[in-house]
Design a protein around this ligand. Structure first.
Ligand SMILES: Cc1cc2nc3c(=O)[nH]c(=O)nc-3n(C[C@H](O)[C@H](O)[C@H](O)COP(=O)(O)OP(=O)(O)OC[C@H]3O[C@@H](n4cnc5c(N)ncnc54)[C@H](O)[C@@H]3O)c2cc1C
Length: 498
């Protein structure tokens, strides 16, 4: 580890972006202190532990380990030795309310057989879809791996080459029509837009790479859940000398002139040469940085941005097991378009919501006491809006979802529940400091991506760098880890260490 860089860096927030940054910054020889508001690490990728049950708070799909492999390697570790993981196959079940289901299989021949039950022609087109997306990812990788500080970055050769493949005015669903004619097949390759909290009918076509990444690199389950990856990252950072301060909210950033000079908490002041902000971008800017210090990001501008949907969550510890319910199930509503319009346009609770269920205990016996298992339910809902009062709605909506879960095979679930925790958009806002409770951060439309997303090197405040879902490249674990790489590189370059 280089030691010549005796500079202090404070990381605000111990979410995935903050933890990856801490590891990378320390491997570069900086003195790193991570300050976290909550009592535990991981942020939205943390754990809920109660009554002997263990749940992931947020991410349950661990995808595209390549970026994290590099982060571990930079710290002299091997991800696969450090974090036990199993490949989930079939990767997931997509159940259609109007009949039928597709088991997504990583073996392409088997996947073609699945698709041919819906459309033999679509099955034949699968190799072409894979080839197109291999090329798309290769072209786009340099764009995702580098900062977008200036409009002139659009003129970089790698960007210019990738633009024709971006098809900016085409939605994900429309792009998939080139390959798949059956709407259910398209839905199985586009529901992943929900990982970004977006509608497949509006999400940019670039994001066809999300499903592709699953087929190409697999869907992984870290033993104990994705939160265990965070735990190991924090442990490694600690072993390497990073200091952690938990249960200590940062209350403001300190300045010397326009430059950031550290952070303040109720317990003290931390002087720093640079600050890495991992806390939710919109909320942290509003709370921690005086408006006059950020002319490019006034409160009004932040409020005017588009935000992702939120999620209604049920974390259920149950007596018994559902051995016939797969690890991951996505239930897609009969009238998917109306369900999506309800979330993103009408901003109301759907009469017929799509939802996701995780029954991870079938592959992992560490999540519950013997004879018990865990069920995790995620229902996409509008982010905070005047029209929905969760104080009045929560118990009605939960009753409704319990009934709906019978559609995916969870019969008699309620009688088996021994632990129940429900989180609404209000909970995301209050417990994790998430602006509007928008769980997947700023939306990923083209007006809020690349140069138009808050920059990794936050231009208004010298010395301040952003990491996490609110900056470039975006929300989702692999790109969040990428943001840590980009910001670490930028800091090293700004300090003349690159
Ligand atoms: C329900 C759900 C499901 C998801 N599923 C997936 C998935 O399957 N796959 C995937 O790739 N991604 C998924 N995501 C998206 C994304 O990967 C995670 O949300 C991820 O945790 C975001 O990471 P982050 O680095 O932006 O920081 P966060 O996880 O938001 O962490 C930020 C941290 O900053 C802390 N903080 C906030 N304010 C302060 C302050 N003032 N002082 C100190 N600390 C502060 C917070 O307490 C938090 O710990 C999911 C998200 C959610 C919510």
């Amino acid at each position: 580890m280089p030691t010549h860089k005796a500079k202090n860096v404070v990381v605000v927030g111990a979410g995935p972006g903050g933890l990856a940054s801490a590891m990378l910054l320390r491997s570069e020889g900086y003195n790193v202190t991570v300050i976290e508001r909550g009592g535990r690490i991981g942020g939205r990728t943390g754990a809920i532990e109660a009554d002997g049950y263990r749940f992931d708070i947020g991410p349950t799909f661990f995808l595209y380990p390549r970026v994290l492999e590099d982060v571990f390697a930079a710290c002299g570790r091997n991800l696969w030795d450090e974090v036990p993981m199993v490949k989930v196959d079939p990767m997931y079940r997509v159940a259609f309310e109007n009949g039928g289901e597709i088991y997504a299989r990583s073996d392409l021949k088997e996947m073609q057989e699945e698709i041919s039950r819906f459309s033999p022609q679509d099955a034949e087109n699968l190799p072409k879809y894979m080839a197109d997306n291999t090329a798309k990812l290769e072209r786009f990788r340099p764009v995702l791996e580098n900062e977008f500080d200036s409009v002139f970055d659009y003129l970089r050769p790698s960007v210019l080459q990738s633009l024709p493949m971006l098809r900016p005015h085409r939605s994900l669903d429309r792009d998939l029509q080139r390959h798949f004619s059956d709407p259910r097949v398209r839905q199985a390759f586009s529901f992943q837009a929900k990982y970004l909290g977006m509608s497949p009918f509006q999400c940019p076509s670039l994001f066809s790479i999300l499903a592709f990444l699953e087929y190409e690199h697999g869907v992984w389950h870290p033993k104990g859940g994705c939160n265990m990856v965070m735990q190991r990252m924090a442990d490694i950072a600690r072993e390497d000398g990073v200091e952690f301060r938990l249960s200590e909210p940062v209350t403001k950033l300190m300045f010397e002139g326009d430059r950031v000079a550290g952070v303040e908490t109720e317990k003290g002041r931390y002087v720093a040469d640079a600050v890495f902000l991992n806390a939710d971008f919109a909320q942290a800017m509003t709370d921690l940085v005086p408006e006059k210090k950020r002319p490019g990001w006034s409160d009004a501008k932040i409020a005017s941005k588009k935000y992702s949907c939120s999620t209604f969550m049920m974390y259920l510890g149950i007596e018994g097991h559902y051995d016939d319910v797969p690890h991951h199930t996505i239930l897609l509503a009969d009238d998917l378009q109306t369900n999506i319009d309800d979330i993103h346009a009408a901003k109301k609770l759907s009469d017929q919501p799509s939802l996701y269920v995780q029954n991870a205990s079938i592959n992992d016996d560490t999540l519950a006491p013997p004879g018990h298992s865990t069920i995790y339910v995620l229902v996409p809902v509008p982010h905070e809006t005047d029209g929905i009062h969760w104080g009045n709605e929560t118990s009605r909506f939960a009753d409704f979802i319990y009934k709906r879960l019978e559609l995916v095979g969870l019969k008699g679930l309620r009688d088996k529940v021994r632990y129940e925790k429900i989180v609404t958009p209000d909970g995301w806002r209050d417990d994790l400091n998430i602006y509007k409770g928008a769980t997947f951060n700023l939306s990923h439309n083209l007006r809020q991506m690349l140069y138009f997303r808050p920059h990794n090197r936050f231009g208004d405040v010298p010395g301040l760098y952003l990491v996490g879902g609110g900056t470039h490249p975006g929300s989702g674990l692999p790109v969040i880890f990428e943001s840590a790489r980009i910001s670490t590189r930028l800091l090293a370059s700004d300090l003349g260490h690159a």
